[in-house]
Design a protein around this ligand. Structure first.
Ligand SMILES: *Cc1c(COP(=O)(O)O)cnc(C)c1O
Length: 406
Protein backbone atom coordinates (compact mmCIF):
# COMPACT_ATOMS: atom_id res chain seq x y z
CA UNK A 1 0.00 0.00 0.00
CA UNK A 2 1.10 3.57 -0.63
CA UNK A 3 2.37 5.67 2.22
CA UNK A 4 -0.52 6.66 4.48
CA UNK A 5 0.28 10.38 4.27
CA UNK A 6 0.12 10.17 0.47
CA UNK A 7 -3.29 8.54 0.72
CA UNK A 8 -4.48 11.15 3.23
CA UNK A 9 -3.38 13.95 0.93
CA UNK A 10 -5.94 12.69 -1.61
CA UNK A 11 -8.78 13.54 0.82
CA UNK A 12 -9.08 17.34 1.12
CA UNK A 13 -11.59 17.18 3.99
CA UNK A 14 -9.00 15.57 6.26
CA UNK A 15 -7.31 19.00 6.46
CA UNK A 16 -10.39 20.48 8.18
CA UNK A 17 -10.29 21.63 11.76
CA UNK A 18 -13.22 20.66 13.97
CA UNK A 19 -13.67 22.57 17.22
CA UNK A 20 -10.16 23.90 16.76
CA UNK A 21 -8.62 20.42 16.48
CA UNK A 22 -7.38 18.37 13.55
CA UNK A 23 -10.29 16.25 12.39
CA UNK A 24 -10.18 12.56 13.29
CA UNK A 25 -12.89 10.96 11.17
CA UNK A 26 -13.94 7.56 12.50
CA UNK A 27 -17.55 7.41 11.33
CA UNK A 28 -16.83 5.62 8.09
CA UNK A 29 -19.52 2.98 8.51
CA UNK A 30 -22.06 5.83 8.26
CA UNK A 31 -20.37 7.37 5.24
CA UNK A 32 -16.77 7.57 4.10
CA UNK A 33 -14.95 10.67 2.91
CA UNK A 34 -14.36 11.19 -0.81
CA UNK A 35 -11.00 11.40 -2.55
CA UNK A 36 -10.24 14.34 -4.82
CA UNK A 37 -10.59 12.16 -7.92
CA UNK A 38 -14.27 11.51 -7.07
CA UNK A 39 -14.93 15.22 -6.45
CA UNK A 40 -13.19 16.12 -9.71
CA UNK A 41 -15.13 13.52 -11.66
CA UNK A 42 -18.42 15.07 -10.49
CA UNK A 43 -17.27 18.55 -11.44
CA UNK A 44 -15.76 17.42 -14.74
CA UNK A 45 -19.02 15.83 -15.84
CA UNK A 46 -21.13 18.92 -15.07
CA UNK A 47 -18.56 21.25 -16.53
CA UNK A 48 -17.79 19.44 -19.78
CA UNK A 49 -20.43 16.94 -20.89
CA UNK A 50 -23.59 17.28 -18.81
CA UNK A 51 -26.47 15.78 -20.84
CA UNK A 52 -29.14 13.16 -20.39
CA UNK A 53 -28.17 9.57 -21.13
CA UNK A 54 -29.49 6.96 -23.58
CA UNK A 55 -31.66 9.54 -25.35
CA UNK A 56 -29.90 12.19 -27.33
CA UNK A 57 -28.12 11.54 -30.56
CA UNK A 58 -25.99 14.62 -29.87
CA UNK A 59 -22.36 14.39 -28.83
CA UNK A 60 -22.70 15.37 -25.19
CA UNK A 61 -25.45 12.82 -24.63
CA UNK A 62 -23.25 10.13 -26.14
CA UNK A 63 -20.31 11.13 -23.97
CA UNK A 64 -22.48 11.03 -20.86
CA UNK A 65 -23.94 7.66 -21.86
CA UNK A 66 -20.53 6.17 -22.57
CA UNK A 67 -19.12 7.43 -19.27
CA UNK A 68 -22.02 6.00 -17.27
CA UNK A 69 -21.95 2.65 -19.06
CA UNK A 70 -18.21 2.56 -18.55
CA UNK A 71 -18.81 3.02 -14.82
CA UNK A 72 -21.28 0.12 -14.93
CA UNK A 73 -18.51 -2.08 -16.38
CA UNK A 74 -16.13 -1.00 -13.62
CA UNK A 75 -18.72 -2.06 -11.07
CA UNK A 76 -19.27 -5.33 -12.91
CA UNK A 77 -15.56 -6.10 -12.61
CA UNK A 78 -15.50 -4.86 -9.01
CA UNK A 79 -17.93 -7.60 -7.94
CA UNK A 80 -17.05 -10.06 -10.73
CA UNK A 81 -20.57 -10.18 -12.17
CA UNK A 82 -20.93 -12.23 -15.34
CA UNK A 83 -22.61 -9.44 -17.34
CA UNK A 84 -22.62 -5.66 -17.05
CA UNK A 85 -26.43 -5.61 -17.41
CA UNK A 86 -26.70 -7.53 -14.13
CA UNK A 87 -25.54 -4.33 -12.40
CA UNK A 88 -28.46 -1.98 -11.69
CA UNK A 89 -27.72 1.56 -10.57
CA UNK A 90 -29.68 2.51 -7.43
CA UNK A 91 -29.48 5.32 -4.94
CA UNK A 92 -28.08 2.97 -2.33
CA UNK A 93 -28.50 -0.28 -0.46
CA UNK A 94 -31.93 0.71 0.82
CA UNK A 95 -33.31 1.19 -2.66
CA UNK A 96 -31.74 -2.04 -3.88
CA UNK A 97 -33.38 -4.08 -1.13
CA UNK A 98 -36.72 -2.32 -1.64
CA UNK A 99 -36.57 -3.07 -5.36
CA UNK A 100 -36.36 -6.80 -4.60
CA UNK A 101 -39.00 -6.62 -1.86
CA UNK A 102 -41.40 -4.80 -4.17
CA UNK A 103 -40.87 -7.25 -7.03
CA UNK A 104 -41.49 -10.21 -4.73
CA UNK A 105 -45.01 -8.95 -4.04
CA UNK A 106 -46.12 -10.66 -7.26
CA UNK A 107 -44.24 -13.86 -6.52
CA UNK A 108 -44.85 -14.64 -2.84
CA UNK A 109 -47.94 -16.40 -1.49
CA UNK A 110 -49.50 -16.57 1.94
CA UNK A 111 -47.37 -18.64 4.36
CA UNK A 112 -44.25 -18.46 2.21
CA UNK A 113 -41.20 -17.60 4.30
CA UNK A 114 -38.45 -15.02 4.26
CA UNK A 115 -35.42 -15.51 6.50
CA UNK A 116 -33.27 -12.65 7.79
CA UNK A 117 -30.98 -12.44 10.81
CA UNK A 118 -30.86 -10.70 14.15
CA UNK A 119 -27.88 -8.66 12.96
CA UNK A 120 -29.61 -6.68 10.22
CA UNK A 121 -29.83 -2.96 9.51
CA UNK A 122 -33.41 -1.61 9.53
CA UNK A 123 -33.25 -1.43 5.75
CA UNK A 124 -32.93 -5.22 5.65
CA UNK A 125 -35.84 -5.66 8.09
CA UNK A 126 -38.59 -3.17 7.29
CA UNK A 127 -38.94 -3.84 3.51
CA UNK A 128 -39.57 -7.54 4.36
CA UNK A 129 -42.11 -6.66 7.03
CA UNK A 130 -43.95 -4.53 4.49
CA UNK A 131 -43.74 -7.37 1.96
CA UNK A 132 -45.16 -9.79 4.54
CA UNK A 133 -48.04 -7.40 5.19
CA UNK A 134 -48.82 -7.27 1.47
CA UNK A 135 -48.58 -11.00 0.84
CA UNK A 136 -49.25 -12.87 4.10
CA UNK A 137 -45.74 -14.33 4.00
CA UNK A 138 -43.87 -14.89 7.26
CA UNK A 139 -40.58 -13.44 8.45
CA UNK A 140 -38.16 -15.64 10.41
CA UNK A 141 -35.11 -14.24 12.18
CA UNK A 142 -31.91 -16.25 12.72
CA UNK A 143 -30.98 -15.78 16.40
CA UNK A 144 -27.56 -14.77 17.68
CA UNK A 145 -25.37 -15.45 20.71
CA UNK A 146 -24.14 -12.99 23.33
CA UNK A 147 -20.99 -12.70 21.21
CA UNK A 148 -22.96 -11.47 18.21
CA UNK A 149 -22.54 -14.73 16.28
CA UNK A 150 -25.49 -15.97 14.23
CA UNK A 151 -26.84 -19.39 15.20
CA UNK A 152 -27.24 -20.68 11.69
CA UNK A 153 -27.98 -24.25 12.81
CA UNK A 154 -31.65 -23.27 12.80
CA UNK A 155 -31.48 -23.17 9.01
CA UNK A 156 -31.34 -26.97 8.95
CA UNK A 157 -34.83 -27.00 10.38
CA UNK A 158 -36.21 -23.84 8.79
CA UNK A 159 -35.26 -24.15 5.12
CA UNK A 160 -37.96 -25.77 3.00
CA UNK A 161 -39.87 -25.30 -0.23
CA UNK A 162 -41.75 -22.53 1.60
CA UNK A 163 -38.57 -20.47 1.94
CA UNK A 164 -38.52 -17.92 -0.89
CA UNK A 165 -35.77 -15.58 0.17
CA UNK A 166 -32.87 -15.43 2.61
CA UNK A 167 -31.50 -11.93 3.11
CA UNK A 168 -28.40 -11.38 5.27
CA UNK A 169 -25.70 -8.79 5.57
CA UNK A 170 -22.13 -9.85 5.01
CA UNK A 171 -20.86 -7.53 7.74
CA UNK A 172 -23.02 -6.03 10.49
CA UNK A 173 -22.93 -2.24 10.58
CA UNK A 174 -23.71 -2.15 14.30
CA UNK A 175 -21.06 -4.60 15.55
CA UNK A 176 -18.81 -5.20 12.54
CA UNK A 177 -19.38 -8.95 12.85
CA UNK A 178 -18.60 -10.91 9.66
CA UNK A 179 -21.42 -13.35 8.97
CA UNK A 180 -20.80 -16.84 7.53
CA UNK A 181 -22.55 -16.12 4.25
CA UNK A 182 -20.78 -18.86 2.29
CA UNK A 183 -22.02 -21.47 4.73
CA UNK A 184 -25.48 -19.92 4.72
CA UNK A 185 -25.67 -19.93 0.91
CA UNK A 186 -24.53 -23.57 0.78
CA UNK A 187 -27.26 -24.58 3.20
CA UNK A 188 -29.87 -22.61 1.26
CA UNK A 189 -28.87 -24.26 -2.03
CA UNK A 190 -28.89 -27.74 -0.49
CA UNK A 191 -32.30 -27.46 1.12
CA UNK A 192 -34.49 -25.03 -0.83
CA UNK A 193 -35.04 -23.06 -4.02
CA UNK A 194 -34.92 -19.77 -2.15
CA UNK A 195 -33.14 -16.74 -3.56
CA UNK A 196 -30.35 -15.19 -1.52
CA UNK A 197 -29.79 -11.47 -1.12
CA UNK A 198 -26.56 -10.27 0.43
CA UNK A 199 -26.51 -6.79 1.94
CA UNK A 200 -22.95 -5.75 1.17
CA UNK A 201 -23.14 -2.18 2.49
CA UNK A 202 -20.42 -2.90 5.07
CA UNK A 203 -18.43 -5.47 3.13
CA UNK A 204 -17.94 -3.82 -0.27
CA UNK A 205 -15.75 -1.08 1.32
CA UNK A 206 -13.42 -3.67 2.88
CA UNK A 207 -13.49 -6.99 0.98
CA UNK A 208 -12.91 -8.26 -2.52
CA UNK A 209 -16.35 -9.30 -3.72
CA UNK A 210 -17.00 -12.13 -6.17
CA UNK A 211 -20.73 -12.62 -6.65
CA UNK A 212 -20.23 -15.62 -8.93
CA UNK A 213 -18.05 -17.50 -6.46
CA UNK A 214 -20.41 -16.47 -3.65
CA UNK A 215 -23.36 -17.72 -5.74
CA UNK A 216 -25.80 -15.15 -4.34
CA UNK A 217 -28.84 -14.06 -6.38
CA UNK A 218 -28.68 -10.41 -5.32
CA UNK A 219 -25.96 -8.24 -3.85
CA UNK A 220 -26.65 -4.64 -2.78
CA UNK A 221 -24.33 -1.88 -1.60
CA UNK A 222 -24.06 1.90 -1.27
CA UNK A 223 -21.48 4.04 -3.07
CA UNK A 224 -21.17 6.60 -0.29
CA UNK A 225 -19.71 4.09 2.17
CA UNK A 226 -16.89 3.21 -0.25
CA UNK A 227 -15.49 6.61 -1.22
CA UNK A 228 -18.23 7.38 -3.77
CA UNK A 229 -20.94 10.07 -3.77
CA UNK A 230 -24.16 9.93 -1.76
CA UNK A 231 -27.22 8.82 -3.67
CA UNK A 232 -25.34 6.06 -5.50
CA UNK A 233 -25.16 2.31 -5.21
CA UNK A 234 -25.88 -0.85 -7.06
CA UNK A 235 -28.08 -3.88 -6.94
CA UNK A 236 -26.53 -6.89 -8.61
CA UNK A 237 -28.99 -9.56 -9.71
CA UNK A 238 -28.38 -12.80 -11.58
CA UNK A 239 -29.70 -12.43 -15.10
CA UNK A 240 -32.07 -15.40 -14.84
CA UNK A 241 -33.46 -14.08 -11.55
CA UNK A 242 -33.87 -10.46 -12.67
CA UNK A 243 -35.75 -11.72 -15.72
CA UNK A 244 -38.42 -13.16 -13.43
CA UNK A 245 -39.08 -9.84 -11.69
CA UNK A 246 -41.55 -7.11 -12.56
CA UNK A 247 -40.21 -3.55 -12.69
CA UNK A 248 -40.00 -1.50 -9.50
CA UNK A 249 -40.59 2.03 -10.79
CA UNK A 250 -42.41 2.89 -14.00
CA UNK A 251 -41.37 5.80 -16.18
CA UNK A 252 -39.00 6.89 -18.87
CA UNK A 253 -35.93 4.89 -19.79
CA UNK A 254 -37.49 1.55 -18.76
CA UNK A 255 -39.94 0.94 -21.60
CA UNK A 256 -39.64 -0.82 -24.91
CA UNK A 257 -42.92 0.51 -26.30
CA UNK A 258 -45.59 2.48 -24.47
CA UNK A 259 -49.23 2.91 -25.48
CA UNK A 260 -52.26 3.63 -23.29
CA UNK A 261 -53.41 0.04 -23.72
CA UNK A 262 -50.19 -1.76 -23.00
CA UNK A 263 -46.56 -1.09 -22.30
CA UNK A 264 -43.73 -3.49 -22.91
CA UNK A 265 -40.51 -3.11 -21.02
CA UNK A 266 -36.93 -2.61 -21.99
CA UNK A 267 -34.40 -5.35 -21.33
CA UNK A 268 -31.81 -5.44 -18.55
CA UNK A 269 -30.63 -3.27 -16.93
CA UNK A 270 -32.91 -0.45 -18.09
CA UNK A 271 -36.15 -2.19 -17.10
CA UNK A 272 -35.17 -1.47 -13.49
CA UNK A 273 -33.80 2.04 -14.01
CA UNK A 274 -36.84 4.23 -14.62
CA UNK A 275 -36.26 7.97 -14.92
CA UNK A 276 -33.12 10.02 -15.34
CA UNK A 277 -30.43 8.34 -13.27
CA UNK A 278 -27.85 9.98 -11.01
CA UNK A 279 -25.53 10.34 -14.00
CA UNK A 280 -22.79 12.37 -12.31
CA UNK A 281 -22.93 10.19 -9.21
CA UNK A 282 -22.80 6.92 -11.11
CA UNK A 283 -19.80 8.07 -13.13
CA UNK A 284 -18.09 9.24 -9.94
CA UNK A 285 -18.84 5.89 -8.29
CA UNK A 286 -16.81 4.38 -11.12
CA UNK A 287 -13.97 6.74 -10.14
CA UNK A 288 -14.28 5.55 -6.52
CA UNK A 289 -13.89 1.96 -7.73
CA UNK A 290 -10.76 2.98 -9.68
CA UNK A 291 -9.45 4.64 -6.54
CA UNK A 292 -9.96 1.47 -4.48
CA UNK A 293 -8.42 -0.75 -7.15
CA UNK A 294 -5.39 1.47 -7.37
CA UNK A 295 -4.65 0.99 -3.68
CA UNK A 296 -5.88 -2.60 -3.82
CA UNK A 297 -9.04 -3.67 -2.02
CA UNK A 298 -7.08 -6.34 -0.15
CA UNK A 299 -4.56 -3.73 1.05
CA UNK A 300 -7.39 -1.50 2.22
CA UNK A 301 -8.95 -4.36 4.20
CA UNK A 302 -5.61 -5.36 5.74
CA UNK A 303 -4.83 -1.82 6.83
CA UNK A 304 -8.25 -1.51 8.46
CA UNK A 305 -7.88 -4.86 10.27
CA UNK A 306 -4.59 -3.68 11.73
CA UNK A 307 -6.30 -0.52 12.95
CA UNK A 308 -9.13 -2.56 14.42
CA UNK A 309 -6.75 -4.92 16.24
CA UNK A 310 -4.72 -2.01 17.55
CA UNK A 311 -7.81 -0.13 18.73
CA UNK A 312 -9.26 -3.23 20.35
CA UNK A 313 -6.08 -3.97 22.27
CA UNK A 314 -5.92 -0.40 23.59
CA UNK A 315 -9.58 -0.21 24.40
CA UNK A 316 -9.57 -3.47 26.36
CA UNK A 317 -7.04 -1.88 28.70
CA UNK A 318 -9.62 0.68 29.74
CA UNK A 319 -11.46 -0.55 32.78
CA UNK A 320 -15.24 -0.92 32.68
CA UNK A 321 -15.49 -0.92 28.95
CA UNK A 322 -17.41 -3.50 26.98
CA UNK A 323 -16.87 -4.25 23.30
CA UNK A 324 -19.89 -5.87 21.64
CA UNK A 325 -18.99 -8.88 19.53
CA UNK A 326 -15.48 -8.72 21.00
CA UNK A 327 -14.61 -12.34 20.21
CA UNK A 328 -16.36 -12.60 16.85
CA UNK A 329 -14.58 -12.16 13.52
CA UNK A 330 -15.12 -8.52 12.59
CA UNK A 331 -14.30 -5.95 9.94
CA UNK A 332 -14.13 -2.17 9.99
CA UNK A 333 -16.18 -1.53 13.12
CA UNK A 334 -15.65 -1.42 16.87
CA UNK A 335 -18.77 -0.95 19.00
CA UNK A 336 -18.52 -0.39 22.74
CA UNK A 337 -19.90 1.20 25.89
CA UNK A 338 -18.42 2.51 29.08
CA UNK A 339 -20.27 0.39 31.60
CA UNK A 340 -22.25 2.19 34.23
CA UNK A 341 -21.29 5.57 32.86
CA UNK A 342 -23.77 7.89 31.22
CA UNK A 343 -25.02 7.13 27.77
CA UNK A 344 -23.16 6.61 24.53
CA UNK A 345 -24.07 10.05 23.20
CA UNK A 346 -22.31 11.75 26.15
CA UNK A 347 -19.09 10.01 25.12
CA UNK A 348 -19.71 11.01 21.49
CA UNK A 349 -20.20 14.64 22.50
CA UNK A 350 -16.98 14.79 24.46
CA UNK A 351 -15.05 13.18 21.58
CA UNK A 352 -16.58 15.71 19.18
CA UNK A 353 -15.20 18.55 21.29
CA UNK A 354 -11.80 16.96 20.71
CA UNK A 355 -12.35 16.96 16.94
CA UNK A 356 -13.10 13.22 16.82
CA UNK A 357 -16.12 12.06 14.80
CA UNK A 358 -17.68 8.78 15.95
CA UNK A 359 -21.21 7.49 15.77
CA UNK A 360 -23.34 6.93 18.83
CA UNK A 361 -26.81 5.46 19.09
CA UNK A 362 -28.59 2.40 17.76
CA UNK A 363 -26.97 2.45 14.28
CA UNK A 364 -30.30 1.66 12.58
CA UNK A 365 -30.24 -1.72 14.28
CA UNK A 366 -32.54 -1.39 17.28
CA UNK A 367 -33.18 -5.15 17.70
CA UNK A 368 -29.47 -5.67 18.41
CA UNK A 369 -29.49 -2.92 21.03
CA UNK A 370 -32.58 -4.43 22.61
CA UNK A 371 -30.87 -7.81 22.72
CA UNK A 372 -28.05 -6.34 24.80
CA UNK A 373 -30.48 -4.26 26.85
CA UNK A 374 -28.87 -0.95 25.86
CA UNK A 375 -30.04 2.19 24.06
CA UNK A 376 -26.96 2.40 21.91
CA UNK A 377 -23.21 2.06 21.61
CA UNK A 378 -20.24 4.19 20.68
CA UNK A 379 -19.05 3.00 17.28
CA UNK A 380 -15.70 3.76 15.73
CA UNK A 381 -15.30 2.62 12.15
CA UNK A 382 -12.28 2.67 9.87
CA UNK A 383 -11.30 3.62 6.36
CA UNK A 384 -8.08 3.47 4.37
CA UNK A 385 -6.98 6.95 5.48
CA UNK A 386 -7.13 6.33 9.24
CA UNK A 387 -3.88 6.13 11.22
CA UNK A 388 -2.59 4.58 14.42
CA UNK A 389 -2.02 8.09 15.81
CA UNK A 390 -5.72 8.76 15.34
CA UNK A 391 -6.53 5.65 17.38
CA UNK A 392 -4.24 6.97 20.13
CA UNK A 393 -6.20 10.22 20.13
CA UNK A 394 -9.52 8.37 20.45
CA UNK A 395 -8.21 6.26 23.32
CA UNK A 396 -7.05 9.42 25.07
CA UNK A 397 -10.48 10.93 24.41
CA UNK A 398 -12.30 7.93 25.83
CA UNK A 399 -10.20 8.04 29.00
CA UNK A 400 -10.98 11.73 29.32
CA UNK A 401 -14.70 11.06 28.82
CA UNK A 402 -14.59 8.35 31.44
CA UNK A 403 -13.10 10.75 34.00
CA UNK A 404 -15.57 13.52 33.15
CA UNK A 405 -18.63 11.29 33.27
CA UNK A 406 -17.70 9.31 36.33
C1 LIG B 1 -25.81 1.74 5.57
C2 LIG B 1 -26.38 0.38 5.50
C3 LIG B 1 -27.58 0.15 4.83
C4 LIG B 1 -28.37 1.24 4.18
O1 LIG B 1 -27.61 1.92 3.24
P1 LIG B 1 -28.11 3.33 2.64
O2 LIG B 1 -26.90 3.88 2.00
O3 LIG B 1 -28.59 4.16 3.79
O4 LIG B 1 -29.20 3.01 1.69
C5 LIG B 1 -28.03 -1.14 4.79
N1 LIG B 1 -27.38 -2.15 5.37
C6 LIG B 1 -26.22 -1.96 6.03
C7 LIG B 1 -25.51 -3.13 6.63
C8 LIG B 1 -25.69 -0.68 6.13
O5 LIG B 1 -24.56 -0.48 6.78
Amino acid sequence: MQDIQTIRSLFPILQEKVNGQNLVYLDNAATSQKPLVVLETLQHYYQHFNANVHRGIHTLSQLATDAMEDARKKLQRFINAKHDYEVLFTKGTTEGINLVAYALTDILCKDDEIIISYLEHHSNIVPWQLLCQRTGAKLRVIPMTEEGVLQIDVLGEWLSEKTKLVSINQVSNALGVINPINEIIKKVRAQSNAWVLIDGAQSAPHFEIDVQAMDCDFFAFSGHKMYGPTGTGILYGKEAVLNQLNPFHGGGEMIDRCTFEKTTYAGLPFRFEAGTPNIAGNIALGAAVDFMNEIGVRNIGQHESKLLDYAQRQILEIEGLRIYGEKAARAGVLSFNLEGIGIASDVGMILDKLGIAVRTGHHCAQPIMEYFGIAGTVRISFAVYNTFEEIDRVIEGIRKAQKMLR
